[in-house]
Design a protein around this ligand. Structure first.
Ligand code: G3P
Ligand code: CA
Length: 332
């Protein structure tokens, strides 16, 4: 087994490359993660789903209709199907219906071409990466750069995968264990919106866990408290029983110049670190006439938002533009 790397940097605030440098390359490709590392990100974020043969791959959804060229493969036409996932009817092609070898014949595609037309230049060039490949990249880059680059995986739809006989927790811990990254000192955070998934992981590993939070509704595992309940002082105390920190939608902390909430302070009082998501300028690549008030660099409001939340005491943040994130973090 490989030697564990040093514990991830917790100060200054960490910059987490959201799906890699996904503002500049198709998300969840090794190219996107490599660019993020070159731009100085501390952590790279893969969203994780499982293949039919139980391999973790990085995709935002298990439905790969919009993130791969699967629709252009006639040999997979009969795999198109409709499923109910987290209460919603979803039609497409699903990772759990493909072996890794089959998925490797596909190529990644920009998921949001209207927002990021420049990223479509890379469509058809990159494979879907495995967690193992992402860990290997982070280790190789750490060795080459002399700084620790960690991974920040999110389990996607864990209760759904459990319902089809593919629970994620032991598989994920085993994958980290195989990499020598299953411990409190590993440069790894595991994040999930689902409480039961995190509670199960808490029983299996000492890797730091992050409870994701959104500004509407509640987690897909219906038994869990609503997000509104989770951010009360009592709710945060409960979260601190299994998680090291929270990953709230950034709007739960502050929006524009409106007064900030007390979430950062309340979370810190409960002993939780705070890593909000996601700082981005989604219309950066549109024609200038459509920049909707952004400054000529296209990132003025993003920079202001990061600066403001750093001043509020966040401990790290997710961004699609790690170069900007690193600049803002270093200037704070
Ligand atoms: O993991 C933080 C953030 O990425 C959660 O939302 O949909 O971008 O995975 P999503
Ligand atoms: Ca995510």
């Amino acid at each position: 087994r490989a030697e564990p790397l040093a514990a991830p940097s917790l100060s200054p605030p960490i910059v987490i490359a959201h799906r890699g440098a996904s503002g500049l390359r198709p998300e969840h490709t090794l190219a996107s993660y490599e660019l993020a590392i070159a731009q100085g990100a501390d952590f790279i974020e893969p969203d994780l789903v499982l293949t039919k043969d139980d391999v973790f791959v990085a995709r935002h959804e298990n439905n790969i209709a919009d993130t791969s060229d699967v629709a252009d493969h006639p040999e997979f036409a009969d795999r198109r199907t409709t499923k109910t996932i987290d209460g919603e009817q979803v039609t497409g092609w699903f990772t759990e219906d493909f072996t890794l070898a089959e998925l490797k014949t596909l190529r990644a595609k920009e998921r949001l071409p209207m927002l990021r037309p420049a990223n479509t230049d890379y469509d058809g060039r990159f494979q879907i990466p495995t967690l193992e490949e992402i860990i290997a990249l982070a280790k190789r880059a750490s060795a080459e750069t002399g700084r620790t680059i960690g991974i920040y995986p999110e389990t996607k739809h864990p209760s759904y995968f459990a319902s089809i006989g593919q629970p994620m927790e032991r598989r994920l811990v085993a994958a980290l264990d195989a990499a020598g990254w299953n411990g409190a000192d590993a440069p790894v955070f595991i994040q999930s919106f689902e409480v039961d998934n995190l509670r199960r992981l808490h029983a299996l590993t000492k890797v730091r866990l992050i409870q994701l939070l959104d500004d509407t509704g509640g987690p897909a595992d219906g038994a869990a408290p609503s997000y509104a309940d989770m951010i009360s002082p009592a709710g945060l105390k409960q979260v601190a029983g299994y998680a090291w920190g929270i990953g709230p939608n950034k709007d739960m902390i502050a929006v524009g110049s409106k007064p900030a909430t007390t979430l950062v302070r309340d979370a810190h009082a409960a002993g939780l670190r705070v890593h909000p998501w996601t700082f981005r300028a989604e219309n950066y690549f549109l024609p200038r006439s459509q920049w909707k008030g952004l400054n000529p660099r296209g990132h003025g409001d993003v920079e202001a938002a990061i600066r403001r939340q750093l001043a509020l005491g966040i401990d790290g943040f997710f961004t699609d533009f790690p170069l900007i994130g690193v600049e803002m973090r270093n200037a704070a």
